[in-house]
Design a protein around this ligand. Structure first.
Ligand SMILES: *Cc1c(COP(=O)(O)O)cnc(C)c1O
Length: 384
């Protein structure tokens, strides 16, 4: 089976992890801060805080933004459940903004309409979480312009998008957001096995995130009584153990050296796919002009009447296709909040037509050609 995504592990990656195993620190050593600084530099952000997953990152990012039981968080239905669950971990309500059919990303029109309704009822969300679907940044400037008059904070879920660019600047720069979250799960662009990172330009938020990932404990002299003993620390709020290990950081740091190479390769494969599907009945998501995608995913769109059969044919022919995403509001655990089919028609319509093709840096040209040939052949057979 040709997998839809796969990590690329080099001898250098292995050596970096082995070096940590032979060192004094498996956790809370020097490599996590080094990885954080390298990500902050890459993203041109002031701070980066490493955690054990993007799910944890989203949770403490919401807490650092002050999300609590009185609040509402908006995200999109076309995402992994973690983008919405983070609000629920804080006791907050979740609501969704429909997507744009062309890009699969948050629809600026839908956001603008939803904000007008929120203004009538004075129930603005505390936080909006745009998701950079497949590695393509949302229109952050437009989102920021709509959100900032109402003091709505923005947390970018860039789990797919490290190495991507918006208006020529790296995703994670937080020009139009408070924080940006990355995932280093093995199917994502670079991996630390499990792992996540939050970038921000806000020093107070970075400090809060650092406390929250480690039990809410502070050892900073300025936060402790002047007479504090040398061993003294304080838990000043409730936090978690969301720390990244040194092994994970070493792998992530080593992978970061190849990030641009990975993203270039992913873009080459995506261009090949696009060129092959142009002028066929197979649709694919479009990129906005100001966006350079990291191409975590390549999604094709076919008639909903043949989607399932095509999916099954491709799997039967050893092509590890997938579907991203089942709209989050379809999940049984979200129905308790009163969501129904039909609530977010664009995300639902998009979902009915979507198939994710294999895309990773080591996909050979033969494999790419085989995928294209099989997709076209079975789509034609099923449509006739
Ligand atoms: C993968 C993913 C997450 C969760 O990442 P983990 O590191 O596995 O916790 C969150 N949001 C989106 C959009 C993702 O794709």
């Amino acid at each position: 089976m040709i997998p839809y995504g796969r990590q690329d592990i080099s001898e250098e990656d292995i050596a970096a992890v082995e070096k940590v195993l032979r060192s004094d620190f498996l956790t809370q050593g020097p490599i996590v801060p080094e990885f954080e600084q390298a990500i902050a530099d890459y993203c041109q952000a002031s701070f980066a805080v490493a955690v054990n997953s993007a799910t944890s990152a989203l949770h403490i990012a919401c807490l650092a933004a002050g999300v609590g039981p009185e609040d509402t968080v908006w995200t999109v239905p076309n995402t992994f459940v973690a983008s919405a669950n983070c609000a629920r971990y804080c006791g907050a309500k979740v609501d969704f903004i429909d997507i744009d059919q062309q890009t699969g990303n948050l629809s600026i029109h839908a956001l603008s309409e939803k904000l007008k309704r929120a203004a009538q009822n004075n129930n603005f969300p505390k936080v909006i979480i745009p998701v950079h679907f497949g590695g393509a940044s949302c229109d952050m400037k437009a989102i920021h312009e709509l959100a900032s008059p109402h003091n709505i904070q923005i947390i970018e879920d860039a789990s797919h998008a490290i190495g991507g660019k918006y208006e020529g600047h790296p995703v994670g720069k937080c020009e139009y957001s408070e924080m940006t979250v990355f995932s280093f799960h093995p199917v994502k662009i670079i991996t630390s096995a499990e792992g996540g990172m939050i970038t921000t330009n806000n020093a107070a938020m970075a400090k809060r995130l650092t406390e929250l990932r480690s039990h809410g404990i502070t050892r900073a002299p300025e936060d402790l009584p002047e007479s504090a003993e040398p061993w003294y620390y304080e838990q000043q709020s409730l936090g978690f153990n969301y720390r990244m290990t040194e092994l994970q950081a070493a792998l992530g740091l080593s992978q970061l050296q190849r990030l641009d190479e990975f993203v270039t390769k992913r873009n080459e494969i995506a261009s090949f796919y696009r060129a092959q599907f142009e002028n066929t009945q197979i649709g694919y998501l479009k990129l906005e002009e100001q966006v350079y995608s990291s191409y975590h995913l390549f999604v094709i769109q076919v008639d909903k009447a043949i989607r399932r059969a095509l999916f099954e044919e491709l799997r039967a022919n050893d092509i590890g296709v997938n579907v991203h995403y089942i709209p989050v509001h379809f999940q049984p655990d979200f129905r308790q909040f009163g969501f129904n089919r039909g609530d977010f028609p664009n995300a639902e319509h998009y979902y009915d037509q979507a198939i994710t093709l294999p895309l990773h840096p080591n996909l050979t040209h033969e494999e790419q050609k085989y995928v294209v040939e099989q997709v076209i052949k079975h789509t034609e057979n099923l449509s006739s």
